[in-house]
Ligand binder design. Structure first.
Ligand SMILES: Nc1nc2c(c(=O)[nH]1)N[C@H]1C(S)=C(S)[C@@H](COP(=O)(O)OP(=O)(O)OC[C@H]3O[C@@H](n4cnc5c(N)ncnc54)[C@H](O)[C@@H]3O)O[C@H]1N2
Ligand code: MOO
Ligand SMILES: [Mg+2]
Length: 423
């Protein structure tokens, strides 16, 4: 067992993971199942919007020319030739002295070049013919939504890599995409190692704890937009762990194990990487928690050895697994958004290494505040339930006070950023 590991700066460890050259795969999914997926191609307007000149109001379509000089004292009388609702077309062009009763969304009839709202018109019948009276002049194009006034055919509206949200879905429907090309969700296998682990539905037993890391990681995978597969718990037995890991390795884009990466007698992952012939990218990172996070590579496959300690495991995933998932999803901003925030509580502990305190964002008089989400220990699970950010405290600092300017990494923000430390 090598007890002397060289800690790598966090950003360097992130870079090593992101050297992985795997490309995202593309698949076609029905529009209705496309929420939160990422577009694999730019979305281009397949036609102008609106595709025809249309009325924004319920009213009368007529010729502006016929309304010139109209006033309260000099009203104009127009023969109403027909009525058209949205989806209906006028049967003939509007001629001099005529008006078409038109509803919101209907195509402007040929000949007409303005719409007068019902509210400014009076109507009457005379010998079986309908008329409309108008007491003011109208401008050409007044109350007409012009063809292509929103967007022209061929415009790139949403770039590949964008996450599909309700608005993107509206566009896909507008432009006639019953199916959409999206990036496939990376498939990630998850093992939980540790003889002490019980299943969620088992009663507690002396010396044992329930496996909380696997459900947590699967949920982190889901939140990141990928597909997690729980491959089971493994007792701390070298042959069993080696066999399970080597068997599953090639069925997934990445394999995550939790536990067994430190220097204990039953921390088997380092020896498993060695026997597999995997290249260890790093096995110690200058950070807290998650310093023991290990990533190895075998035949172009990344093996994540996340810590067994729940908080360390959580942090290791968000720093090193999340961005590579985003890359495979075509997200051109693969890193979590990092912002400047105000510390909401004193944090007196010194920070020999960069500390990623599990934090919670709130807003106070327009300021973004971040406070620790609970106990700040690697082995703690309870604070994770309140975590939506990491408070980043640089290595070599000490004694942060309420009100200090700090950085926060947002875990639930969809914006993202291109570079790890941009912010
Ligand atoms: N002599 C040293 N001891 C330790 C060091 C060190 O540098 N020298 N590093 C410490 C740090 S830092 C961490 S973090 C932990 C990492 O431990 P491992 O990744 O090897 O994980 P385990 O030993 O398997 O378990 C640690 C802890 O986590 C619990 N655990 C494990 N799996 C789960 C799970 N699926 N769900 C919930 N909890 C889990 C386990 O029971 C242990 O309590 O090592 C320190 N030691
Ligand atoms: O890897 Mo440990 O999480 O620094 O506590
Ligand atoms: Mg251990």
């Amino acid at each position: 067992m090598n007890l002397h590991r060289k800690p790598l700066p966090v950003s360097e460890a992130v870079d090593r993971v992101m050297m992985d050259k795997k490309e995202g795969r593309v698949e076609t999914v029905p529009l209705e199942n496309s929420d939160r997926r990422r577009l694999a191609e730019d979305m281009i307007a397949t036609h102008a919007v609106p595709p025809f000149n249309k009325s924004p109001y319920d009213g009368f379509a007529l010729r502006a020319e016929d309304t010139r000089h109209l006033s309260r004292e000099n009203p104009g009388h127009f023969r109403v030739t027909e009525t058209i609702g949205a989806g209906q077309l006028a049967s003939h062009p509007v001629e001099k002295g005529e008006a078409v009763r038109i509803m919101t969304g209907a195509e402007i009839p040929a000949g007409a070049d303005c719409v007068a709202m019902f509210e400014i018109c009076q109507t009457y019948d005379d010998q079986g013919t309908s008329y409309m009276t108008l007491k003011r002049s109208m401008d050409q194009d007044q109350n007409i939504i012009g063809k292509g006034s929103e967007t022209e055919e061929g415009t790139v509206l949403v770039e590949a890599g964008t996450r599909i949200n309700p608005g993107v879905k509206a566009l896909l429907a507008t432009f006639g995409y019953p199916e959409v090309k999206v990036y496939q969700k990376p498939k990630i296998g998850v093992f939980a190692t540790g003889t002490e682990l019980l299943d969620v539905d088992e009663p507690l037993q002396p010396g044992k704890i329930r496996n909380s890391n696997a459900p947590m990681i699967l949920s982190q995978i889901e939140r990141a937009g990928a597909e997690g597969h729980f491959l089971g718990k493994l007792v701390d037995d070298f042959d069993a762990c080696f066999e399970a890991v080597s068997r599953s390795l090639h069925d997934y884009d990445f394999l995550i194990t939790t536990g067994g990466v430190s220097v204990g007698d039953y921390d088997l992952m380092p020896d498993i990487y060695e026997k597999l012939g995997a290249r260890v990218l790093f096995n110690k990172v200058a950070m807290r928690p998650g310093s023991v996070t290990t990533v190895a590579e075998l035949d172009g496959q990344l093996l994540y050895g996340l810590s067994g300690n729940p908080s360390a495991c959580y942090v290791g995933f968000e720093l090193f697994t999340y961005p590579i998932i985003q890359r495979l999803l075509g997200n051109f901003k693969p890193y979590h958004t990092r912002i400047k925030a105000t510390l909401g509580e004193d944090f007196p502990k010194p920070n020999p290494f960069t500390r990623f305190v599990r934090g919670k964002i709130h807003y106070e008089e327009g300021r973004v505040m971040v406070s620790p989400a609970g106990m700040d220990k690697s082995n703690v699970v309870t604070s994770l339930a309140h975590t939506d950010a990491f408070l980043v405290l640089p290595g070599g600092t000490r004694g942060f006070e309420k009100g200090d300017a700090v950085e926060a990494i947002l875990l639930e923000d969809q914006g993202g950023q291109k570079y790890f430390e941009e912010g």
